[in-house]
Design a protein around this ligand. Sequence first.
Ligand SMILES: Cc1cc2nc3c(=O)[nH]c(=O)nc-3n(C[C@H](O)[C@H](O)[C@H](O)COP(=O)(O)OP(=O)(O)OC[C@H]3O[C@@H](n4cnc5c(N)ncnc54)[C@H](O)[C@@H]3O)c2cc1C
Length: 393
Amino acid sequence: MVTLWFTRRRRATSYAVTMTRVIVIGGGIIGCCIADALAPAGIDVEVLERDQLAAGSSGLAVGVVESQYTDSLWIDLRVFARRAFDQLATEAEIGFVRSGYARLGYSDDDIALFAASVEHQRSLGVEDARVLAVDELAALAPALRVDDVRGALWCPSDGYVDPHQATLAFGERAVAAGARLTTRCVVTAAERRDGVWQLATSDGPRSADVVVNAAGPWAAHVAALLGLSCDVSPQRRSATQVHLATPLDYVHPFTMNYIPGVNRLGAYVRYEAANRLICGLHSEELLDPDSDPDDYPRGVTQDWQEELAEQLALRFPGLADGMSFGEGWSGLYPCRPSLEPSIGWRRETEGVIDAVGFGGGGIQSGPAAGALVRDWLLHDEPRTIPSAARLAP
Ligand SMILES: Cc1cc2nc3c(=O)[nH]c(=O)nc-3n(C[C@H](O)[C@H](O)[C@H](O)COP(=O)(O)OP(=O)(O)OC[C@H]3O[C@@H](n4cnc5c(N)ncnc54)[C@H](O)[C@@H]3O)c2cc1C
């Protein structure tokens, strides 16, 4: 038995209750990381997944794991998570490729923010992040157009994982620590009776003291089952294989050319092999109407390919010449208007924790989300990453 904390925020008082059972709805990276954090703490946790693990957004991600951000909370979350991926990679095959990560900067303000990011990352023990001068960037990525760039925020040990393998590996580790993962189990209704959540599922009834909403793009639907609203907007985002006419004789670093706040998709390039890349268009912003997670086009459109080709030709001219598109796919970013996830107790009801709204960064946030859900349960505060109090619903 573990003592967990509920907070009745409306009354501004806290009280401890002893309980045994947490149910996590959703077996993506977030749900699996939550189980991985709760089970070793002795918390009785079951993940209910309506399909297979990683069947939602997590299995469709590009898998980038890095901490090259300018907001200190985002850095805190990503540095914590990067370490967890480093650790997991020593225990399981998760395909962690250290191709490095470069975020491009176009102004002196960007470079000042990058320098502050490096300082913050160093304070957290990330020794190899640094600001690249333009000539250094050009040497690392000769295919890149740099005449209008001021530099880059760069970390050589960042990279990408296989998001499907990583989700499964966190899940398997959770099971080894005592968690239960039940797949093909759809939660269809929920009611709180006598202080306990009663869930109807396709695998029979469940009861739980606490329910965690980790349903990714389905978060609003699951919140509605719990009698709650939720502002997660499923935003369709696409990626594709790109075949190069001339093989590269260097490993192209992951390069992100998205500029936050401009309300426009930005291109990224991920190295796969000398003659093959994964490229996509990224934005955390709510650019499109909500997609229906049960019914949205899984392929890529001609318009999208044209936009990507144009952006690649402009920013990566050394790659674009003679390139051709291979298989492309679309998935959903579970985005929020605040551009940040919601992690913590819901105020309007008892026994519900949000772990939703991870946008285009859910893979690289997963382990941090798990630790934070555990902190809210055990300590009623985000003790591991105190700055994450900002993410409380
Ligand atoms: C093209 C693309 C590229 C991306 N690249 C990256 C990247 O490089 N790095 C990165 O960090 N992130 C990336 N992302 C974002 C990342 O995929 C998401 O942020 C992350 O997967 C969200 O994880 P989740 O666990 O919240 O959601 P999901 O993985 O969608 O998991 C939610 C689960 O809940 C289940 N579920 C829903 N309703 C119910 C119910 N009623 N009962 C039971 N189960 C239910 C679903 O079946 C689903 O498996 C990318 C996304 C896309 C689309």
